[in-house]
Design a protein around this ligand. Structure first.
Ligand SMILES: [Zn+2]
Ligand SMILES: [Zn+2]
Length: 402
């Protein structure tokens, strides 16, 4: 029997995520609390199905266990989808790409465009600014991933990855919550609220029917499991309902938990700071956040890793750059030549390390860079412009609003 000779990209993945089933599933590095969540939901529902459902099916309606089972399955599928999928990890820059970024920033320093990054070896500037719908948004440089994070991305210190539209790291679901799994997380929280209320109502109804004529004491003795289920649901339902309400507010305003905690769009010193990502009304925001097109996974974790592909530019990047080069920008943004594959680093980029590419410009004092951005829920959006003059390079984001 020939043994398997291929190495998949998840096997050499740089972050701390754990992969299961040959890379088909992934979780955060320590999914212990997620197992606790599973155990709590499953054991409470098992008591409900074992003790309340038979009684209520006979005395009330056979629809009770059917509704309970449907809610349980829906909640569990949302939980598993949130917990075991890619939350929107942004691949780290390949060695060649990171070097191009630093070289580009350094070369632009001749005209001040590099915002201070001059000599070789010095880190590139730590923040850049882009305009999103006319409002300046800072892009921070991630020293771990060696790239400027797209707008709304943040580095999860537990998973050790930058995650697009980072919401928060949720130990209860054992994963980051980000651009690719937020809708499932929201579905999970809302359906768990319904499930908790339903199971609580069933347990109380069971006890109330048992107590008719016999008293509460007799009912508790007849069905102690119902009392336990009611107590667990009563204690947990408030936090789950609160969370569902909070995330409904976030979805309706197109904010993330991270942005809400930081007060990214709050009024400061009397100066309003409106959210540039908002579609203007709650329905449009909810639709966009929860029902918009799902971004593809960029880490290609089941792809075959070969040393040759790790510095290749993904085909999609060339497509992104093409319209940028044709547009009446100050100068075309050329696609950087694929850098020779270098040893080391290993497999970080095969899935599409497209995040930023810098090219030293020919014009006076210009450092050009192209920035393919998928963080605004659209097709790859070319983001290009010039670093002109010091300080504060500004990149103009060409943002197609759907
Ligand atoms: Zn990072
Ligand atoms: Zn995380």
């Amino acid at each position: 029997m020939a043994s398997r000779r291929v190495t998949r990209k998840w096997e050499v993945f740089a972050g701390r995520n754990r992969f299961w089933c040959d890379g088909r599933l992934m979780t955060a590095p320590h999914p212990g609390v997620f197992v606790l969540t599973l155990a709590l939901i499953c054991s409470t529902c098992a008591l409900h199905f074992a003790f309340d459902c038979p009684f209520l099916a006979a005395r009330v309606s056979p629809a009770v266990p059917v509704a309970g089972a449907a809610l349980f399955l829906f909640t569990m599928s949302a939980l598993l989808r949130t917990a075991l999928s890619d939350p929107g990890i942004i691949p780290r820059a390949a060695a060649a790409e990171a070097a191009a970024l630093e070289a580009g920033a350094g070369a632009g320093g001749g005209g001040g465009g590099g915002a201070g990054a001059g000599e070789a070896g010095r880190p590139p500037p730590r923040a850049r600014e882009v305009l999103v719908r006319g409002r300046p948004v800072k892009l921070k440089y991630c020293f771990t991933c060696k790239m400027f994070r797209p707008p709304r991305a943040s580095h999860c210190s537990l998973c050790d990855n930058c995650v697009d539209r980072f919401d928060h790291h949720c130990p209860w679901v054992g994963n980051c919550v980000g651009k690719r799994n937020y809708r499932y997380f929201y579905t999970f929280v809302v359906s768990l609220s319904f499930l908790a209320v339903f199971v609580f109502a069933c347990a109380v109804a069971h006890l109330a029917l048992e107590a008719r004529g016999a008293g509460l004491g007799a009912a508790l003795r007849a069905s102690p499991a119902s009392a336990l289920v009611a107590a667990v649901c009563f204690l947990s339902v408030w936090s789950v309902l609160g969370l569902a309400g909070f995330h409904t507010y976030l979805a309706s305003t197109d904010q993330t938990t991270n942005e809400d905690i930081k007060g990214s769009f709050s009024t400061r010193r009397g100066v309003s700071n409106p959210n540039p990502y908002s579609r203007g009304n709650a329905c449009a925001n909810c639709w966009h956040v929860l029902c918009g097109p799902l971004a593809p996974s960029l880490i290609d974790r089941r792809g075959v890793f070969t040393i040759d592909v790790k510095d290749e530019l993904p085909a999609s990047f060339a497509r992104v750059l093409a319209p940028a080069a044709a547009s009446p920008a100050p100068a075309p943004v050329p696609a950087p030549a694929p850098a020779p594959a270098s040893a080391g680093e290993g497999a970080l980029a095969g899935g599409g390390s497209y995040t930023n590419l810098f090219e030293a410009g020919d014009g006076p004092g210009l450092a050009r860079h192209a920035y393919a951005n998928r963080s605004l829920d659209l097709d790859p959006v070319p983001l290009h412009g010039e670093c002109r003059g010091a300080p504060g390079p500004r990149i103009v984001l060409q943002h197609r609003i759907s």
